[in-house]
Design a protein around this ligand. Structure first.
Ligand SMILES: [Zn+2]
Length: 242
């Protein structure tokens, strides 16, 4: 698990865009990175923003009902790309297996059937974005109208780590937006609990000011307004490449 997470965070989608050839320096030597059992690539390369539809959803799929795994707040706004649906269904099934007593995951807005503007969001237009609840202590995720505000004192570190690492392990995650306070708390916890090495934790839960954060894949990133939920952005799949 460690190596996969590390690489998904570090492999920076070179491809055509020259800006993306600058990989983030993890401090690891080439030898460490070329370990045969080591890092594995994300499932596919990141598509440059300009080549990916961010306005409309094509070949969208509706998140299927699976009440034991997750609660869908509004089925009409739970349409995503096949990658999005796979990421949520795979990770929530994994979560239920890893921590059976945890509450089902609360899935908020993804996109409308054909995408387009979904108030009040600026994104969420092409099935690449999903708002998902955060586990509180006791692995609980109450089904309230809004998402409750979370702090380093009331998040369930283990439950969130199990779910979030399951998401990252699908290889389908571009990034997960979250408040920096919670990113920092998770970085400390994953190291102290022995789940990640320091280098891995830095690559997964980067501190404020980490250079070229936008070039990294499979990372958490600060955006204001994400103290009460995560915003999952999946990689651009074939259906959306223009
Ligand atoms: Zn969102």
């Amino acid at each position: 698990m460690r190596t996969l997470l590390l690489l998904s965070a570090m492999l920076s989608n070179a491809a055509a865009d020259p800006d993306w050839t600058n990989t983030w320096d993890s401090g690891l030597s080439d030898g460490e990175l070329s370990d045969e059992n080591g890092p594995q690539p994300t499932r596919f390369r990141r598509t440059p923003q300009a080549l990916c539809s961010t306005q409309v959803l094509r070949d969208g799929m509706q998140l299927p009902k699976q009440a034991e795994l997750y609660h869908i707040r509004n089925a009409n706004e739970a349409w995503g790309t096949s990658e999005m649906i796979e990421a949520i269904t795979t990770a929530s099934a994994e979560m239920a297996w890893l921590m059976p007593h945890a509450d089902p995951i609360l899935v908020g807005d993804i996109s409308k059937k054909n995408g387009g503007h979904l108030p009040p969001h600026r994104s969420h237009r092409s099935g690449l974005d999903a708002d998902i609840g955060i586990f509180q202590t006791g692995a609980s995720m109450p089904l309230s109208a809004g998402f409750p505000n979370m702090t380093p004192k009331n998040i369930d570190y283990e439950a969130n780590w199990l779910f979030w690492s399951s998401l990252l392990e699908t290889g389908l995650v571009e990034r997960i937006l979250l408040d920096q306070t919670l990113i920092d708390a998770m970085r400390v916890w994953t190291v102290e609990s022995g789940n990640l090495s320091e280098a891995e934790a830095l690559a997964t839960f980067p501190p404020r000011g980490t250079p070229r954060l936008w070039t990294m894949t499979g990372v958490f990133q600060h955006v204001p307004g994400h103290r009460d939920h995560i915003h999952l952005r999946v990689l651009c799949g074939e259906a959306l490449v223009n």
